[in-house]
Design a protein around this ligand. Structure first.
Ligand SMILES: C[S@@+](CC[C@H](N)C(=O)[O-])C[C@H]1O[C@@H](n2cnc3c(N)ncnc32)[C@H](O)[C@@H]1O
Length: 249
């Protein structure tokens, strides 16, 4: 919907997604922050909007809530369908039009997805399917992320595209308010990461983020050639996360 290029990117990336973006210590730290921001641990029913390969759905469902995931990418959902969350499941849908009845969920989560959405429509839909007092938890990148993450430092065009694509805290707050959410609680998590040169090259060649699918072939080839020349044995970087939790009025 908001991001037509995203659909093609995730169709192509789906089979490699979990390998190139592994569940590591940093993933768990963000997961715990989302559970806290959305009070998801004590929720009865939770919706993961833009669930991708279903990893968060699977892990959260083991903690008690009934969890559903929606995603517009059939290829991402094909990966997700390997896991069968008890009492929940997966549906193909865009965030802007959710196939659930009003006030059905206690909690909802959007992890690394707001950059793809028409925010006004997606937050209005999240608000519609949440019960009054239900919470939406969001994990995205802080605007400063693109100054510190290795891929944006290596490929300036990625930084340029993502600075445009990722909504700021101010924009998110305004869109949440307009959709009937209370002032969100916001928290920032900075994670120092280290990749081997081989891991970084594998991610770049595998176009591990959808932004790399927006580059022209010659831009990508140039980025790979530059990485082969310049990347050190250990690639140090900082991920700068923004975590929001907002209550539906
Ligand atoms: C970076 S992935 C994140 C997947 C998962 N939430 C995670 O954290 O691993 C972004 C996901 O958003 C999905 N997406 C793109 N546009 C969307 C939309 N309009 N509504 C819901 N999901 C969307 C993509 O198909 C993709 O699975």
């Amino acid at each position: 919907m908001a991001d037509a290029g995203g659909d093609a990117a995730f169709a192509e990336l789906a089979a490699r997604y979990d390998r190139l973006r592994p569940v590591d210590e940093g993933w768990w730290e963000v997961f715990d922050a989302l559970v806290e921001a959305g009070r998801l641990g004590t929720a009865g029913r939770v919706l993961d909007i833009g669930c991708g390969t279903g990893r968060l759905v699977e892990v959260l469902a083991r903690r008690g809530p009934r969890v559903w995931g929606v995603d517009p990418s059939e290829e991402m959902l094909a990966q997700a369908r390997g896991c069968r969350p008890p009492g929940g499941g997966f549906k193909r849908a865009h965030a802007e039009r959710l196939p659930f009845k009003d006030a059905w969920f206690d909690g909802a989560v959007m992890r690394q997805v707001v950059q793809h959405l028409e925010l006004a429509a997606a937050f209005a839909e999240a608000g519609r399917v949440l019960r009054p007092g239900g919470r939406l938890a969001i994990a995205t990148f802080h605007s400063h992320h693109f100054d510190t993450v290795w891929i944006a430092r290596l490929v300036p065009r990625v930084a340029e595209i993502d600075r445009e694509r990722f909504p700021s805290l101010e924009r998110l707050t305004e869109a949440l308010r307009a959709a009937g959410f209370a002032e969100p609680e916001a928290r920032r998590i900075r994670q120092a990461t280290r990749l081997t040169r081989a891991e970084a090259l594998e991610r770049l060649r595998g176009r591990f983020i959808s932004t790399l699918h927006l580059l022209r072939e010659d831009e990508l080839a140039e980025a790979i050639a530059r990485a082969e020349r310049e990347l050190p044995d250990t690639v140090e970087s900082t991920l700068d996360w923004l975590i929001l939790g907002a209550e539906r009025a």
